[in-house]
Design a protein around this ligand. Structure first.
Ligand SMILES: Cc1cc2nc3c(=O)[nH]c(=O)nc-3n(C[C@H](O)[C@H](O)[C@H](O)COP(=O)(O)OP(=O)(O)OC[C@H]3O[C@@H](n4cnc5c(N)ncnc54)[C@H](O)[C@@H]3O)c2cc1C
Ligand code: SF4
Length: 571
């Protein structure tokens, strides 16, 4: 039996429990403690302390045993995570390795994870755009999913709230489909990015190339300094963990802020196995964890529970939380738990050359990554043969040419004689996929992990809509590149499995109707009012903007609601 010979129930009782300490869990912890609640944060992975636990952050390239490259045997042992562009020698320690945490792929799905305090907030590319009413009204307009129970106006003040604390760089671009936020100065576009931006503005209606909006302290405000963070130095080594706190991560910002309150208990090495539901009380009373070091099962109790384990793990925890009242997973009266999983489609890209602007070059160090092309398809009206749309990245760079002709001194001279070539330009597609019942996750009936928790089985695939959208991206970008005078255009589709975009969402979707959705407009379970889900699992549809800023804003909003409900005695 659990809980023998361990702390008393009282010492295991808190006002609130947060499951997961990453991007969204960090916000839950900060907000709950900020409102005076004694909060337990449970994290399955190890602790990663800001500054102290970034072992590679100050290494020079030649100080890495393999000069930054992952050794072949490690690549071969990790075919899934190895496909992630950020899985290099400098950041590999923040990624889950394939064998350590298996899952079942009913269809190929590259599930990229970071199991540690901070979760994937240590690894993200920090692209942060608000979603707009075009996104929140999309399902109602197109009928491809249930209607969102909220609109942009519900979230706008909370976007402002989290942006001010996290620190987001950007310009006020005045684009309805990409609402402006509370920005720190933007990182400027380079000469060719700026040229393309002006060309697109001149040549196309409703198409824009703007400076990418990014969670970097381009010019910190006092609230950022109070967090112990400083100005971004444009080192572009962010995935190692930043010693300046130049980019937003849970480790540098929300988690230490929560701990500073004195109200937060952070418990790493704690896999949440399930949420405990009390049928007499008609609510959740706590969670059951497995300590990953001792394999001991322990129960913790609280009035309110925030589930922030990242979209698919949140599905897993709820599916595994069964009781007489909820035999198919906590709150799953509708039967939709685990279904309508959707993601982003990053599987097309295009590159080219530009032979102008030879008088300019760049040191290549823009931590925001260059430009961003907001969605321009099907925004104001349905104009294509596919639903929804795509955004795109855009960047330009100039590299030295390599001449390895000759031998001996000639070779040395040639190698030393670097010349700058043409500018290269590139873009990648970021498409919205449509939530469908046939894209789902379930628990495997027989296989369990090393802590006795069933393995997650993932059955998620592309569809015809994705193919049509991809074709359109390639056509439109080719046309835009051609009209800008770019040469040697090469458009490619890379046939990657879903998941590699690392923006998986859904399974615990929001909606007005408890018969077709899991969560109400405050992100709490329709059928279990003291459990909130505020990570990507709660997304009804996926927009094509990056998702993490929206998870953060929703989390802050939901905590505000939970605490006011608690004060009213409703929780
Ligand atoms: C390389 C890369 C680039 C990215 N770029 C961007 C970007 O530019 N913009 C953007 O918006 N997003 C980006 N993302 C995605 C972004 O990181 C995620 O959207 C975000 O971190 C999700 O927040 P979360 O709180 O849901 O999950 P996470 O940040 O992953 O945190 C979840 C935490 O829960 C813990 N956990 C899981 N299961 C359990 C359990 N059973 N018990 C206890 N703890 C548990 C995990 O260990 C983890 O720490 C990127 C991700 C990666 C890896
Ligand atoms: S670019 Fe900025 S945030 Fe990234 S590592 Fe450098 S200083 Fe830190």
């Amino acid at each position: 039996m659990a809980n023998l010979n361990i702390d008393s129930v009282k010492s295991r009782t808190f006002d609130a429990i947060v499951i997961g300490s990453g991007m969204s869990g960090g916000w839950a912890a900060k907000e709950l403690t900020g409102k005076g609640l004694k909060t337990l944060v449970l994290e399955r992975g190890r602790d990663v302390k800001h500054l102290k636990d970034y072992p590679t952050t100050n290494l020079y390239p030649w100080e890495f045993p393999h000069h930054g490259v992952i050794p072949t045997e490690v690549q071969e042992a990790n075919p899934i995570v190895n496909r992630c562009y950020a899985f290099g020698e400098d950041a590999a320690h923040f990624f889950v390795k394939d064998k350590e945490h298996p899952y079942v792929q009913e269809k190929p799905f590259d599930w990229i994870r970071g199991y540690q305090v901070g979760g994937k907030s240590l690894l993200w590319a920090r692209q942060t755009q608000r979603w707009s009413d075009f996104d929140f009204e999309g399902p109602a307009r197109d009928g491809f999913a249930v209607d969102w129970p909220i609109r942009y106006s519900d979230l706008a003040p909370w976007y402002s709230y989290v942006e001010k604390f996290a620190g987001i760089s950007g310009n006020r671009d005045g684009i309805a489909e990409l609402p402006d936020g509370e920005f720190l100065p933007a990182f400027p576009l380079n000469a060719v990015e700026d040229y393309f931006s002006k060309h697109v503005k001149k040549s196309y209606q409703n198409r824009h190339v703007i400076s990418a909006r990014c969670a970097h302290l381009s010019k910190p405000n006092p609230i950022h300094l109070e967090q112990g963070r400083g100005q971004c130095q444009e080192r572009n080594l962010c995935q190692r963990g930043c010693p300046f706190g130049g980019y937003f991560s849970a480790n540098s910002s929300t988690i230490p802020w929560a701990l500073k309150s004195g109200l937060c208990t952070l418990r790493p090495f704690s896999v949440v196995e399930s949420i405990i539901y009390d049928e007499k009380l008609g609510k959740a009373t706590g969670v059951r964890i497995i300590d990953t070091n001792t394999k001991q099962a322990i129960e913790y109790f609280a009035d309110v529970i925030f589930v922030n384990a990242a979209a698919l793990n949140t599905n897993l925890v709820l599916l595994n939380s069964t009781s007489n009242r909820f035999p198919n997973g906590l709150g799953n009266d509708s039967g939709v738990l685990g279904k309508y999983v959707a993601f982003h489609n990053y599987s097309a890209h295009i590159s080219a050359e530009y032979d102008g602007f030879k008088e300019w070059t760049t040191d290549g160090r823009n931590p925001a990554g260059g430009g961003y092309i907001p969605r321009f398809r099907n925004v104001y009206k349905q104009e294509t043969n596919f639903l929804r749309g795509y955004a795109a990245g855009f960047s330009a760079y100039r590299r030295g040419t390599d001449n390895s002709d000759g031998i001996g001194q000639t070779l040395k001279d040639n190698l030393a004689k670097k010349e700058l070539g043409n500018w290269g330009v590139g873009s990648h597609m970021m498409g919205e996929t449509i939530p469908k019942e046939s894209n789902y996750v379930t628990l495997d009936k027989s296989q369990k992990d090393q802590w006795g928790v069933p393995l997650l089985k993932i059955s998620v695939d592309y569809d015809d809509n994705d193919e049509k959208m991809k074709k359109d991206y390639i056509e439109q970008m080719t046309e835009m590149f051609t009209s800008a005078g770019f040469k040697n255009i090469r458009a490619e589709s890379d046939h990657r499995a879903p998941g590699l975009d690392i923006h998986e969402m859904g399974g615990v979707r929001m909606g007005n109707d408890p018969k077709t959705s899991m969560l109400d407009k405050w992100n709490r379970l329709h059928a279990c009012k003291n459990v909130y889900v505020t990570d990507g699992a709660s997304m009804t549809s996926t927009s094509c903007q990056n998702p993490s800023l929206t998870y953060m804003a929703m989390t802050a909003r939901s905590v505000d609601h939970a605490v006011s409900e608690m004060k009213k005695g409703n929780i």
